[in-house]
Design a protein around this ligand. Structure first.
Ligand SMILES: C[S@@+](CC[C@H](N)C(=O)[O-])C[C@H]1O[C@@H](n2cnc3c(N)ncnc32)[C@H](O)[C@@H]1O
Length: 281
């Protein structure tokens, strides 16, 4: 299959991605209200994506967004810039939510495991991979190679590092409890909380230097009243682990902790986004 396909339930059933474990995400998992709410308020992610895309002209060009999730803010930005937005995810429910939010008229999408994209080299002009690699376990390098292989002009990778959450200037017990609990959960789910820190090395080692130029960056925020982001993040993660074999025991404590943070908001320094842009030379 060489070209992106429309969102199509029958097609999805044909794709046997469920047979192998593609990442910490279950392909059959839904797109919950909690997930939509979290990404809606986490505007920093889109701010960073927009900054990166300011360096290119997407008008009339394709923007492939593997692991797009179902929240349409970035998609709308691409459409506003007159780009052709092409979402892709391992979860049908995420693609469906994206299709519903952005509209499906002329809307192309593909159900794809990022580590094995069924497309020809250079199929898309730009690729945007945001907060996906952290879920890919030992297949991160394959995923980077695939993302870059299908990109004709530039690929943008964005990953958070939770390091800043461990290095606050002063001790915030609720934040410590939140980070501690989530570290446990991420261990169970095989999610890399420090993906941002190793992103540049990973991308450079996956791409031959002679063929690509690299532009790394770090986008942080100063200390501020961001605890509502933690509340939404906590509720989203709790909804994702409700049915998980080993992590479900953390769902209730995480909901309780999120409620306590909501009742006692605080200021803190949020995690940095580490980015790297890979231009084809
Ligand atoms: C943390 S969410 C990020 C969503 C979106 N990129 C954003 O920044 O708002 C990770 C997304 O990657 C998807 N995903 C996980 N593993 C994947 C894989 N192997 N290939 C493609 N998508 C994947 C998940 O289903 C989920 O929607």
């Amino acid at each position: 299959m060489l070209f992106p396909r429309p969102v199509n339930k029958e097609k999805v059933q044909e794709v046997k991605i469920v047979e192998k474990r593609v990442s910490s995400y279950n392909p059959n998992a839904g797109f919950s209200a909690e997930e939509a709410e979290y990404y809606e308020i986490f505007g920093h992610a889109n701010h960073v994506s927009c900054k990166l895309f300011d360096s290119v002209d997407v008008a009339g060009r394709t923007v492939f967004d593997p692991g797009c999730g179902g929240e349409p803010t970035f998609a709308r930005e691409v459409l506003l810039r007159k780009g052709v937005y092409i979402p892709s995810d391992v979860r049908y429910a995420a693609l469906e939510a994206m299709g519903n939010a952005v509209g499906t008229g002329g809307f192309l999408a593909d159900l794809t495991d990022l580590a094995a994209v069924p497309l020809m080299a250079g199929a898309y002009d730009f690729t945007h991979v945001r907060m996906v690699l952290r879920h890919l376990g030992d297949r991160k390098e394959e995923a980077v190679r695939e993302a870059v292989r299908v990109t004709g002009i530039a690929a943008f990778f964005l990953e958070l590092s939770w390091q800043k959450l461990l290095e606050q200037d002063f001790h915030i017990p609720l934040l410590d409890a939140f980070v501690g609990l989530n570290m446990e959960i991420m261990k169970q789910l095989d999610v890399d909380p420090f993906m941002g820190d190793s992103l540049e090395d990973l991308v450079r080692s996956a791409c031959p230097e002679k063929e690509f130029g690299f532009f790394p960056g770090v986008y942080g925020r100063d200390q501020g009243p961001y605890s509502q982001e933690l509340v939404k993040l906590g509720r989203m993660i709790a909804s994702q682990i409700d049915n998980h074999n080993t992590a479900k025991r953390f769902a209730q404590p995480l909901r309780q902790l999120s409620a306590r943070i909501e009742a006692q908001p605080f200021s803190f320094t949020p995690p940095d986004f580490h980015t790297i842009t890979v231009f084809r030379l």
